[in-house]
Write a protein that binds this ligand. Structure first.
Ligand code: AMP
Length: 770
């Protein structure tokens, strides 16, 4: 039987658990319950790199900090230009080089380690793969599904990236569960009896992040009311405070300036300096942890530093709980501000909170516990017995609940998830679930989700805290009846900041026959959010069911870069103002390009098809060059083909064949070839079209085109043109000599209409409106 586990994929540490009759936290291959979220990539000559994960990677951190990735969760689903990522780079907190991915958008993010580029999800996948392998070892069977926890404030991109990491590690994700909710489940709050609801604040203070969540619990249901926290505040910040304290104390003891001590460290050669800083950090963390159990502790790093004369300079400092509290005063103030802010934002007062649950390793720091006790009253603040494992335990409980099968608590054999009684021993499973287990969780949308309409007008599709799963479909209208592109831009709001979360492009083929619509067509846009807060989007054109797109949003990968390139090309052509023929050519190319871009990225693994990607990029560049030169090979093909179709009977067969071969050649070269070759093939077609044997067919085709242009605006003129053409056609068909004079009389006017149309710059509509 394949197994489902719960995984806490933490910033600093990760853990896995399973629920059978009881919840068990699983030991990893090193015999520990916690696996450091740390990956070292070791380059190997002529072979694939080696990935070392967990405790052993932490050991490599000292020797190869530039190839060891820690805290990748801070990067997952983020863009290179995100202020948070830039801040990490500025502070040097990330020792591996960060850059945009060479095949992604300028804003994508790659970590270079072991001489190769990795996306954050690829690195996370290695952590998950180790957890999966270790769990399989511990359980003696295959693990294929997991509930993975994520911070409550993770946005859609971050959650999708987490899901991609799981797919790369070979794990199905049955739910992405907010960490605070997981913690609450492990506290057993889902079992709170009675119908009277309780309001619970989960305070999850981990190694790198603070996750806050306000939950309402009633009758076995957990409802997420509001979330908050700080992605950049955690135990590591407190370690850093202790490092600063130790340096300051050492400098004071040695009677030297702080700056001088730092200069001595700065002068060390890089390997030694890294080792000293890593040891200092480890010693600081040990001191901090020791202070959670004893009133005083000592921080020391011996023998790694010397003064200017080469005499040993040991870094040593005593630290008491009171001193730690003093050092942490700004941190404590920040923590309380975040808690109060969350309550105010959700219209709760602290009196309305019934329980405060402390989870995460850093919630064991005594001044943190005291600050919360003071704020809410000591009786309301509960500490988890295993704060660092609570999240994994909660995930395991839900994972068991979501699995297709369950282990009977009485006989240990397999029963169906929805069996009322065990098929083996008749144990009352239903009653057991009601008494002991989680009944249901109602997740809520993490953000406001909206799209931008014409003139950048904002249209809300789903409001923050809407119960999940939810779906919203709204009907909009294209801005122009003949519009051939619709570009729908999706946004969400995270911490008051608007984020563009992705786009959908619809290409509308106007050549598919049927009458021209009088009104701009309508488009239905749907945004779905599943229980894991993952967003998927759809758009479909009313009355043209073949024009639809669906999927998840592009996320900084090659497809997003290509869509951006296409957007720039179209905007540039629009800004410059191209002729109607050039615009028609560009729109036709754009539709093909949109179809190709959608195939570039595998939606499950996020892997990009590099060859296709290069091909599409080439096509976009060619489209840009063609628009820039105001050429229109596709429009020319269209013209030649409609002439052959409509007036073929007036053209000598040999000439027809010659034109068909030129059309085919141009089409093929346009598909596969470069700009120069295409232009050459186009000139060849143009030359063939100059054959005097085509004069009559040209005139008739031009009349038809002119009619199409002016039939709405100048119907009388169109009728006159048509009459002249009809007389000539009739004569030609009956074998009589056509009355060319009548035709020649209207041709100057026809050419005028066509010229004006060609010269009039066409707006390239892409927006939608309500
Ligand atoms: P988590 O992300 O929940 O695994 O928490 C890891 C963080 O908790 C790290 O910064 C640890 O240093 C910190 N931590 C673990 N145990 C303790 C403790 N007893 N007292 C204070 N901090 C702790």
């Amino acid at each position: 039987m394949k197994k489902s586990i719960g995984i806490d994929l933490g910033t600093t540490n990760s853990a896995a658990a399973i629920k059978k009759a009881r919840v068990e936290v699983l030991q990893n291959a090193e015999g520990e319950f916690i696996t450091p979220s740390c990956v070292t990539v070791r380059k190997r000559l002529m072979r694939k790199p080696e990935f070392i994960v967990g405790r052993h990677a932490l050991e490599w951190l000292r020797q190869e900090p530039e190839n060891t990735v820690t805290a990748v969760k801070r990067l997952i689903g983020r863009n290179y230009h995100d202020p948070e990522v830039q801040e990490l780079i500025r502070n040097g907190r990330f020792r591996c080089p960060l850059s945009p991915h060479s095949s992604g958008t300028k804003n994508s993010l790659a970590i270079t380690a072991g001489g190769r580029e990795f996306s954050p999800e690829e690195i996370s996948a290695h952590i998950l793969a180790k957890i999966k392998a270790d769990a399989e070892r511990a359980l003696g069977g295959e693990v294929d599904t997991a509930v993975i926890t994520v911070p409550a404030y993770f946005n859609d991109k971050q959650k999708h990236a987490t899901r991609t990491a799981a797919a790369l590690a070979g794990l199905k994700v049955s739910r992405l569960l907010p960490e605070p909710t997981a913690a609450a489940i492990s506290f057993g709050v889902d079992q709170l009896s009675g119908t009277e609801g309780k309001t619970v604040l989960v305070f999850d203070f981990g190694g790198g992040t603070l996750d806050l969540s306000l939950l309402a619990i009633s009758g076995g249901q957990i409802i997420e009311i509001a979330k908050g926290g700080d992605m950049w505040l955690g135990g590591e910040d407190i370690d850093n405070l202790l490092v600063v304290h130790a340096l300051r104390e050492t400098a004071a003891r040695e009677d030297m300036d702080d700056l001088r001590l730092r200069a001595l460290i700065g002068r060390l050669e890089p390997g030694q300096r890294n080792r000293l800083l890593a040891e200092l950090k480890t010693a600081a963390e040990k001191t901090k942890i020791a202070l959670s159990d004893s009133p005083e502790a000592c921080l020391s790093v011996l023998g790694l530093l010397t003064d200017e004369d080469g005499d040993p300079l040991n870094i040593e400092a005593e630290c008491s709980r009171e001193q730690l509290e003093e050092l942490m005063a700004p941190t404590l103030a920040a923590l309380l501000k975040l808690v109060r802010g969350l309550l105010t934002e959700s219209h709760f007062s602290k009196e309305l909170v019934d329980l405060v649950l402390l989870v995460g390793g850093s919630s064991r720091i005594s001044c943190v516990i005291n600050a919360l006790r003071q704020e809410f009253g000591p009786e309301k603040v509960l500490a988890h017995e295993r704060p660092m494992l609570a999240v994994a335990e909660g995930a395991a409980i839900l994972s068991c609940r979501l699995a297709d099968t369950q282990e009977c608590p009485s006989c240990g054999k397999e029963a169906g998830q929805h069996d009322a009684v065990c098929p083996h021993c008749q144990f009352d499973l239903e009653n057991h679930a009601v008494r002991h287990g989680l009944v249901d969780i109602v997740h809520a949308a993490a953000h406001d989700y909206f799209i931008r309409l014409e003139n950048d007008q904002r249209f809300l599709l789903i409001k923050k805290n809407t119960p999940l799963p939810c779906s919203s479909t709204e009907v909009f209208q294209l801005v122009d009846a003949e519009q051939e592109l619709a570009h729908i831009r999706f946004y969400n709001v995270v911490n008051g900041r608007e984020e563009r979360i992705g786009d959908l492009w619809l290409g509308i083929d106007r050549d598919s026959g049927g009458p021209e619509p009088e009104e701009p067509p309508r488009v239905a846009v749907t945004l779905d959010i599943d229980e894991s807060n993952l967003v998927s989007v759809r758009a479909a054109l009313a009355g043209q069911p073949e024009v639809k797109v669906e999927g998840t949003l592009s996320r900084g990968k090659a497809d997003e870069r290509l869509f951006l390139l296409l957007e720039q090309t179209i905007s540039e052509a629009d800004r410059k103002g191209c002729s109607a023929y050039t615009v028609a050519d560009l729109l036709c190319r754009a539709r093909g390009i949109i179809r190709s871009i959608r195939k570039v990225v595998d939606p499950r693994t996020g892997a990009a098809d590099e060859a296709l990607c290069r091909q599409v990029e080439e096509k976009i560049r060619k489209a840009a060059a063609i628009a820039e030169a105001e050429e229109a090979p596709l429009t020319r093909i269209y013209y030649a083909e409609s002439m052959l179709n409509d007036y073929g009977s007036l053209i000598a067969p040999a000439l027809q064949e010659k034109i068909i071969s030129k059309i085919e050649r141009l089409r093929k070269i346009d598909e596969d070839g470069g700009y120069e070759e295409t232009m050459q093939a186009m000139d060849e077609l143009a030359a063939a079209l100059e054959d005097p044997g085509l004069n009559l067919a040209h005139d008739l085709t031009q009349i038809e085109n002119a009619c199409e242009i002016c039939h709405r605006t100048e119907p009388d003129k169109a009728t006159r043109f048509m009459r002249a053409a009809a007389a000539v056609l009739e004569a030609a068909e009956t074998g009589e000599e056509p009355d060319i004079a009548q035709l020649e009389a209207v041709m100057p006017e026809v050419e005028d209409v066509l010229d004006q149309h060609a010269r009039s710059a066409q707006k390239i509509h892409r927006d939608i409106r309500r």
